[in-house]
Design a protein around this ligand. Sequence first.
Ligand SMILES: Cc1cc2nc3c(=O)[nH]c(=O)nc-3n(C[C@H](O)[C@H](O)[C@H](O)COP(=O)(O)OP(=O)(O)OC[C@H]3O[C@@H](n4cnc5c(N)ncnc54)[C@H](O)[C@@H]3O)c2cc1C
Length: 586
Amino acid sequence: MNRKLKSRQVVFVGGGLMAALAARQLVKDGVDVLVLERGRDHDAGPEHRLPSQRDELRWGVRNQLAQDWSIETYTLRHARTETALPVRTLEAFLPGDGVGGAGNHWNGQCFRWAEYDPQLRTRLVDRYGAAKLPREMPIQDWGVTYHELEPYHETFEKLFGVAGKAGNLRGQIQEGGNPFEAPRREEYPQPPIEITEAGVIVTEGARKLGYKPFPMAASNSPHVYVNPDGMRLGACQYCGHCERFICESNAKGSPEVLLYPVLKRSKNFEIRPYSHVLRLDYDRAAKRVTGVRYLDLETGDEIEQPADVVVLSAFTFTNTKLLLLGRIGEPYDAATRRGVVGRNFCHQTNSSINVFYKDRWINPFMASGSSQTIVDEFNGDNFDHSGLGFVGGAYIFNNTTNGRPISTRPLPPGTPQWGTKWKQASADWYTHAFSLGTIGSCYPHVENYLSLDPTYRDAYGVPLLRITFDWRDNETKMSEYVTKKAVELATATGATIVGPAVPRKAPYDARVYQTTHVVGGTPMGADPHTSVVSPHLQHWDVENLFVVGGSVYGHNAGYNPTGLMAAIGLRLGDDLSRYAKRPQRL
Ligand SMILES: Cc1cc2nc3c(=O)[nH]c(=O)nc-3n(C[C@H](O)[C@H](O)[C@H](O)COP(=O)(O)OP(=O)(O)OC[C@H]3O[C@@H](n4cnc5c(N)ncnc54)[C@H](O)[C@@H]3O)c2cc1C
């Protein structure tokens, strides 16, 4: 049955982190807000509550907090000359599902990006000349500056009780923090979380090499913390059940703990779970979206929800897909390099090396999602790329987020995969090993993009999103370079065994988790020929349509994306509030 509902002022598609952050200001300003979320709300009462989270098999291996891929998956190919096929088992990334989105089962690693990142093209051209950027790499400025976003970073860090050590306070470099950090006005709201033994080892090795290691900024709260909205975080238990889990101690900054409970108290806010948005209603002649169509997953009804303003906040894939389905904006065409929707799709270029220490006790089971010590000397443009055949870089860190027994078990090279020797090696090394990782940038390439699949459809009959992606030269060269630096660091720490270094190499392997930091598809920018939304996230062609989240990034940096995304999301809240009062181009 089809039904048409009463019109609402602002309708968000997707009830994750971005929707909650942007809605915060709107709701305060009395604007009527409706959020449509395809998944459940496990905070809606006792009957919705989730069973124990410290169940690695259910949540960590079977990924039951992530999108259900039997309903909606994506297709993948490495080149546009290939036929894409559906990816049937989710691994490479784990988009969220349910109120709070992936913001519930994230790790909490919370970065501001480098000051130059929103003007990356200008920065690289100024430093190395235009010839350094091949025509195949459409790196672009985003039309916004770090300084415009700085106050929003500060608000987010206070809301989420972020714990860290400032590296740059108003231009003064601070001992113990990241010397490459963009200038901040204030210290972090909380001091850093505990450094693990692996962090101590990395610090020792890094200092020998002359680097300046520092603790990762964490949304995992070291102490009980009350935020400016009066919401409370518990103290981290260092149980290692952060990424892929909801924190049982309420110690991880998450929308379902800190944001939605406040929003739900307001009469002018409503969140409607089990509402899977199928498409946007678009009046092409008037160049306005008039609302959205969604499937009520409890009744099976297709519902028409009219709206004055629509905000896409449904993560990179759905944001891009809904624009492509609605034929809103020109789809990107890799053959002609024209069009915008789907362009600049980027993943993140990571690598790792297992390191083993006979006489040091790592105790990996005592960790939080951000118990890491970082070396930032080889990230982004923090170092001179003259003479190097690539741009970009990575941070190097001890990847010690947990010691969960099924999946966190580094073993020395040559250990069999099963049997007595495998058991013995597990017992010998479980508490004496960790993985040294690199989280690296991924810059856009003209052949990496998102489009609609011509063949495959989801369980509701909607075309799947097709990913055309592979590691290109720039990223593989960068990964080789930074992985060598990580090996040097591993050696400097005096490791008993340094496992094989595995830099990223083509072909892209969808069977391996690589972070859920997939960005691009609807980039922001000052030029409508190369961006989908304006620097205020307003669609260039459709004034009452906004897009927020990683899809608006023009490139991916060697930093986790959510800190910056949150600043952009909070700023959108202010912009939408202005727009609600006076609808016009911002
Ligand atoms: C395992 C994991 C670990 C992570 N760790 C980190 C980290 O340590 N640091 C970091 O910076 N980032 C991390 N991230 C990324 C971070 O979670 C995301 O950047 C952030 O949640 C994005 O916010 P969002 O609102 O755009 O998307 P989400 O929070 O995922 O919300 C999107 C919402 O849209 C809904 N939706 C999608 N399609 C539809 C539809 N058709 N109809 C209705 N609703 C829809 C989804 O169900 C979801 O609830 C991690 C992510 C994962 C999965």
